[in-house]
Design a protein around this ligand. Structure first.
Ligand code: GAR
Length: 321
């Protein structure tokens, strides 16, 4: 199994979600390990549990510090621990934009509502007061807006006739303990998930001018130009068996460039089967080291080789200067 992703958990109190993550991480096939539990409250009960489980801890009160200064202390501790991901588990602090930016796409939070409903506090009572039939919990990526950011997963929890805020909270907590470890596992392994990889390619291909997606022999492909006369500039390949399982096919200037690329990085590039002497090149996307800016450049280059003159004319002129 590949190396485990290193995770730091931030808590402010009880730490039951932290415990769920710590116990989930004990499974041999769990794709992450917990390398740090940090808190803004040295008395947070969750810290004692982490210590007993031989996990490094760090506690630093926020009192008397600016938000930025406290976040910086937390950030430094997280970096020292070697963590690649930050998991907020009942961390009751608003984070500074700077901190959020440093951990963009690598920081997740759990919130006890079906977001975007009921951001902030009192989520249970608000769901009850609204007469909702279901409440629940959400795991989302953290962005500067409170309890905002792309939702990764949610669990619905039915509201029972006699529910009050406490009974509802304790049932939602059970759902949280299931949802958080599973969602984190999926998130840290997303780069090996062909669906996620396809989405990354799609986003970048369709960002180019006048492009659309069309399947070709069962694989997604992207074309430039009209639906009628458009030409393919990229294909996604996914083989169920065989070594190169996920890749992107783009056009090079010809066979010389194709050969030079394969020569320079034979792990990354290969000559796609069934494309003969066409100069198409395949780029592996499943090596766990994909540079997405590089892929965007390749897509743009390939687009330019097949795009109609009226679309490339301005770029050609700009190139002359
Ligand atoms: C959890 O219910 C979590 O969803 C909530 O705090 C509780 C922490 O419990 N978080 C938020 O409300 C964040 N906006 P725990 O310390 O036992 O994990």
């Amino acid at each position: 199994m590949a190396e485990k992703a290193r995770v730091a958990i931030l808590i402010s109190g009880r730490g039951s979600n932290m415990a769920a993550l710590v116990y989930a991480a004990k499974a041999g096939d769990c794709p992450y390990e917990i390398v740090l539990v940090a808190s803004n409250d040295p008395a947070a009960p969750g810290l004692a549990l982490a210590e007993a489980e031989a996990i490094a801890t760090c506690a630093h009160p926020h009192k008397g510090l600016t938000r930025e200064a406290h976040d910086q202390i937390m950030h430094d501790a997280i970096v020292r621990s070697g963590a690649e991901y930050v998991v907020l588990a009942g961390y009751m602090r608003i984070l500074s934009d700077g901190f959020v930016q440093k951990w963009a796409d690598r920081m997740v939070n759990i919130h006890p509502s079906l977001l975007p409903k009921y951001k902030g506090l009192d989520t249970y009572q608000r769901a009850l007061d609204a007469g909702d039939r279901v409440a629940g919990c959400s795991v989302h990526l953290v962005t500067p807006q409170l309890d905002d950011g792309p939702i990764l997963a949610q669990t619905e929890v039915a509201i029972l006739p006699g529910d009050d805020a406490d009974s509802l909270a304790s049932r939602i907590l059970i759902a949280e303990h299931q949802l958080y470890p599973a969602t984190l596992a999926r998130y840290v392994t997303r780069e090996a998930d062909p669906e996620w990889i396809l989405d990354q390619v799609r986003k970048r291909a369709l960002a180019l001018e006048e492009t659309h997606e069309r399947e070709s022999f069962g694989s997604p492909g992207w074309r430039v130009g009209s639906e009628k006369t458009g030409k393919y500039f990229a294909y996604f390949t996914q083989k169920l068996h065989g070594e190169a399982s996920v890749g992107l096919l783009v056009k090079t200037s010809g066979l010389d460039e194709q050969a030079a690329l394969i020569d320079a990085d034979p792990e990354l590039y290969y000559a796609p089967k069934f494309y003969g002497k066409s100069g198409w090149i395949a780029i592996r996307l499943d090596l766990g080291r994909t540079d997405w800016d590089h892929i965007a450049d390749w897509l743009a280059k390939s687009w330019r080789l097949v795009a109609p003159k009226r679309l490339t004319r301005m770029i050609d002129i700009a190139d002359q200067f």
